[in-house]
Each structure stands twice: as C-alpha cells, then as structure tokens.
Design a protein around this ligand. Structure first.
Ligand SMILES: [Zn+2]
Ligand SMILES: [Zn+2]
Length: 368
C-alpha cells in the first residue's frame, strides 16, 4: 500500500514539481526543520487538504523521539482542520473547498470494521503523522475520504476544530460512548492533561459528578474551573490510598473511571476505586514495558467490572459530538493555550520535553 509519499522529499524543486512548506525530521530526536517538499499526491480514494490549523500533541512528540516508531523522514501532525484542495477520482462525497476535519485514525474504508463504522479500530488504518506524512505542512493527503472526512459546521473555526480531533474526541468516545456515563453518576478522571481535562468538561456538561486527580495543583485548579466537583492531589500516594480517597469522595466509588495518564499505578488506582459493575476506561497509552501493565483482576471479578479500551473516535460519531458541543455550550476554546505559526512548530514540539508550563494545547494556525 502506498501510504508513504516521501521518496524524494528534499529535492522536489529540481524535478519541477509544486512544493509546499512542511516541518520534517529525518532521524529520531533530531531537531525538526522547516523544509520545502513536493506537494502530496492525491490518493485515488482520498483528498488533499489545505491545512488551516493543526494541533501539537504529545503523540507527535513520542513519534519524534522514536518511542512509537514511524517511517523516516516524517512530517508530524494529526489534529487537523482545513479545506479540501484536490479530490481523487474514486471520491463521491467531497468537493474542492469543503471545510473538513478528520479523526487521527483513518479507516481503510473497505473492511468489516469500517463497514460497521468502527474505523478507529480498522486493522489497515492510516494515521497522518505516523503511517504517512501529517499536517505540520501546508497540504496533507487523507486516504479513504468518503469514510473519514467530517464536515465542519460554519460555527467552528479551524483552530477550535483542530483542538477536537484527538484529545477531545477521544475523551468524548470514552465518557459518552464507551463509558455510557449518565447524569448524576460519578466519573473519576486520573490525570488532568489534555484528554483528562476534556473528559472533565464532557462529564460535567453531561450532568455527572466529576472527581479529578493529578499530582499538579495547577492542573487541578483548571479541572475545577472546567467543572470538576472534587479534586484530589495524588502526589506520593500508592494506588490503594488513591482508590480509598476516591471511594470516600464519591460515597462508594465512581460508576466510571478513566486512566487518562497511562501507567500501571494510575490504571490500578482507577480499577480499585470503582463501585460494583463500574467501568474502567483506558485512554492513556501505556508505552513502558511493551504496553504491559498489571490489572487488579480479583477485584474486577468480585465486582464485575468492565475494562474498556478507547482508541480515538471514528468519523461516524463526529456529528453527535459536534451536536453535543453545540447543545451543551461547551467552550472548546478553553482547551487552546497558544496559537502559533508553522515556523514555530519545531520549537513547540521540542518544548514538550520540558514539564508543561500550562495545560492548554498549542495549535498551529497556517496562513495567518
Ligand atoms: Zn478498514
Ligand atoms: Zn493527538
């Protein structure tokens, strides 16, 4: 499969092709650079999107450092919104000029999982910035456009839309679709980074009571501003102690609980806190130890707990998410910290190696 269109990325001019500006790295941990590269080729079943805005995400940082191997050289970026610039001959639903966004995991469009709308688990999925060049560029190719593109409502700008595609959509799938959290229930959120804070907003907007946990006071302050009813600082506490504090705060344990960080201790604290028949939501990527972690299985059996993985969200579920944002008056702009130009994207990516100065996400806006 031609997922990767990088055969001669640094010498496009000499071949007389159109070129674009992009941020690229040729080796892991090498500083990413602004380069001129050939415009992406439009896949027969896909489109090329002119990027309006693209988010800077910790997943891009993991790929850049080689924690999550990608083909090199790579152009990062998977949280994008923009305008359709060209359309492949097999595409029926999209036209040049359409304002669109895409999930970070794009389905192949032809397998059984895609047929039932579960593109987020398609075995042949493509991911901009990981399986092929991403959206830290003026243009990005998207495969299987009829399966993966989402229309942006006029009310949503590119910067706001780019802030939804990864952390917010994943949190929505976790809380609403996998977690089935309903009004009046307790939801615990372990880890208040981007996806955790999105889950706090969504849980509060649903009418659930949210208990937010983190080691940083600043993150907990933000969680409270975004609607958390209770916040707990977990610095230095063992999983069993964290679970006991959550049980006490929620009068018997939450109905649903999310590990938004992705570690053995946060996973264990989340599972151990749940009330009988509770739902554990695993959102944070466990990258250490080959993705293996210990689950308190005896507790899961005794209380009939559910363990639910969450891997982004397919295009099928975007309309309900966008309607939810509209009807609940969630201010998605609250998730955005800094808006920068493409030339500042390399520094923003590298800055993720330092402890975060603020919990807001950085969004790259093109053509400012
Ligand atoms: Zn598929
Ligand atoms: Zn992301």
């Amino acid at each position: 499969m031609a997922r990767y269109h990088g055969e001669a990325p640094f010498s496009a001019d000499s071949r007389g092709l159109h070129t674009m500006r992009a941020v690229s790295y040729a080796a892991y941990a090498e500083p990413p650079a602004m380069v001129d590269v050939a415009d992406p080729t439009c896949p027969p079943d896909g489109v090329v999107v002119r990027v309006g805005a693209t988010g800077v995400c910790r997943s891009d940082w993991h790929a850049w450092l080689g924690h999550d191997p990608v083909p090199l050289p790579m152009v990062p970026g998977h949280e994008l919104a923009g305008t359709v610039a060209s359309v492949g001959p097999q595409v029926t639903r999209w036209h040049v000029g359409d304002r669109v966004t895409v999930p970070f995991a794009c389905g192949c469009g032809s397998c059984a999982w895609c047929a039932q709308g579960d593109m987020q688990v398609c075995p042949q999925q493509t991911q901009p910035g990981f399986t092929g060049w991403g959206s830290f560029a003026e243009l990005v190719a998207i495969h299987a456009a009829d399966t993966n593109l989402v229309t942006l409502p006029r009310s949503l700008g590119f910067v706001e839309a780019a802030s939804l595609g990864c952390r917010f959509a994943t949190a929505y799938r976790a809380v609403v679709l996998q977690g089935r959290v309903s009004p009046g229930e307790w939801l615990a959120v372990h880890g208040c980074g981007g996806v955790g804070l999105s889950a706090v907003m969504i849980g509060a907007a649903l009418g659930a009571h949210v208990v937010a946990l983190d080691i940083a006071d600043a993150a907990l302050d933000t969680a409270r501003e975004l609607g958390a009813a209770v916040t707990l600082r977990t610095t230095g506490l063992a999983p069993a102690d964290i679970a006991a504090a959550v049980v006490e705060a929620t009068g018997g344990g939450p109905h649903a609980s999310m590990d938004a960080l992705g570690s053995g201790p946060t996973l264990a604290a989340s599972v151990l806190s749940l009330r009988p028949r509770g739902r554990h939501l695993q959102v944070g990527l466990v990258l250490a130890d080959g993705g293996m972690a210990t689950v308190p299985v005896a507790r899961a059996i005794a209380r009939e707990l559910e363990f639910l993985g969450v891997h982004g969200m397919s295009a099928r579920d975007y309309p309900s998410m966008l309607a939810f944002i509209e009807s609940s008056a969630i201010d998605v702009r609250r998730l955005v910290g800094r808006v920068i130009g493409l030339e500042d994207a390399p520094a923003a990516l590298m800055a993720m190696s330092e402890p975060a100065a603020s919990s807001g996400m950085t969004v790259v806006e093109l053509g400012r």
